[in-house]
Design a protein around this ligand. Structure first.
Ligand code: SAM
Length: 390
């Protein structure tokens, strides 16, 4: 493909991604993967270039752009290589017309920028939410140790006890160490969220929103496979991905429990008052993960945010009935919005005066409200709010 044809293809893909974001349909990654599968004439260099163009255009536009072309024109304002490719050549984009609409730039839609400012996220911190994330790994101590592990490519260690960092795009899935379960892909912030729970061998631990089990596997390793680790979620599809991952990781103490939304306690009743620790990795807006998923800014609206906040509050209250006296509840969101983090947690403590915030000794982050905030600009991790009550 010519460079101009790559730009035009990216514009058309952006049109599909924009329509899908408005309709809450397939995510950008899936749309790209489908296009690559159905258009084999695009070679690996074309695919790489198109992916880079599409994601750079998504990052360049704050609010949802009117069209893929307007989004690409926004990117062209900061990338001098793109503008000359609007040359009307075969398969390339038409020349730029006088006064043609250019999409709005910025970090996010205006209402969301306001909410971030109101959550003490300054402009530099907000901009860092859109930088490209490195690739972080966690060494799985059920199979290996960071100090002695050898890998095919050089790596740095991170502040997480078993964290490694490699350049974005490293193809770790092909490494024997990955296939054998010695390493897992996991952001350093996520690793620290697990460390905050300080799960110990022999304990009863509930990972209430386990999803595909990214954090469950880290908890199993911290527990050295000893004790009970209950992984629950309302999403059957996500939860079903946990078993093969656990097998690969050599994690043997995990029990999965599928929850009925609104009636979660029915399936969790056997564990009422039993848990030493409950991790709530709550569903949230994901503002802290825009580095990986910049298009999420276009999918969120105020109604959805309010809906997520209501679920978070309900899950926090529910966890109180699961912990034994003296047990601990760790609340985590990958968001920098206070309504999902510091304010949500304070509201929770206000409703449960028998509980108090417990101090977290994490190697990164800074105190925020009654918990800790991790941010891409200061900590080099995804954005998180993490707090512990007991
Ligand atoms: C942030 S994700 C969890 C990610 C997961 N812990 C990991 O590390 O890979 C939030 C999860 O909460 C789940 N969820 C949503 N509503 C829930 C509810 N009412 N009870 C339990 N889980 C819920 C979602 O299905 C989603 O998997």
């Amino acid at each position: 493909m010519t460079p101009a044809a790559r730009v035009q293809t990216s514009i058309e893909l952006l049109d599909t991604i924009i329509a899908s974001a408005r309709a809450k349909g397939a995510p950008a990654d899936r749309i790209l993967a489908d296009w690559f599968r159905n258009n084999r004439f695009a070679g690996s260099k074309d695919r790489r270039a198109i992916r880079a163009l599409v994601y750079a255009a998504i990052r360049a536009c704050g609010p949802v752009p009117a069209s893929g072309r307007a989004a690409m024109l926004r990117l062209a304002e900061t990338d001098d290589d793109i503008r000359p490719l609007f040359d009307g050549s075969n398969y390339g984009p038409a020349p730029i017309g006088d006064g043609e609409a250019v999409a709005e730039g910025g970090v996010a839609p205006a209402w969301l920028v306001e909410r971030l400012r109101g959550s003490a996220v300054d402009d530099a911190e907000a901009a860092a939410l859109l930088e490209r994330a490195p690739l972080d790994l966690r060494v799985n101590t059920l199979k290996a140790e960071r100090a002695t592990l050898t890998l095919p490519e050089p790596f740095e260690t991170t502040a997480a006890p078993q964290g490694l960092r490699l350049p974005t795009g490293t193809l770790v899935e092909q490494w024997p160490a990955f296939r054998e379960g010695a390493v897992e892909v996991q952001d350093t912030g996520s690793q620290l969220a697990c460390a905050a729970l300080a799960a110990r061998p022999g304990e009863t631990v509930i990972d209430l929103c386990a999803g595909g089990g990214g954090k469950t596997l880290a908890l199993a390793a911290a527990m050295d496979n000893q004790g009970r680790l209950i992984a629950s979620d309302t999403d059957r599809g996500r939860l079903s991905r946990l078993a093969p991952r656990a097998e690969r990781a050599g994690a043997t103490n995990i029990e999965t429990v599928l929850l009925d939304p609104q009636r979660e306690m029915e399936a969790l009743e056997p564990f009422a008052g039993q848990a030493d620790a409950v991790l709530i990795d709550a569903p949230c807006s994901g503002t802290g993960t825009w580095r990986r998923n910049p298009e999420a800014r276009w999918r969120l609206d105020e109604g959805e945010l309010a809906r997520l906040c209501a679920i978070q509050a309900r899950l926090l209250d529910l966890a109180v009935g699961l912990v034994r006296p003296g047990g601990r509840i760790v609340y985590v969101t990958c968001s920098l919005l206070d309504e999902e983090g510091a304010d949500q947690f304070s509201g929770f403590l206000g409703r449960h005066p028998q509980l108090a915030a417990r101090e977290l000794a994490l190697p990164l982050g800074r105190a925020h409200g009654q918990g800790v905030r991790l941010s891409p600009s200061r900590d080099g991790t995804d954005g998180f709010f993490i707090a512990c009550a007991g």
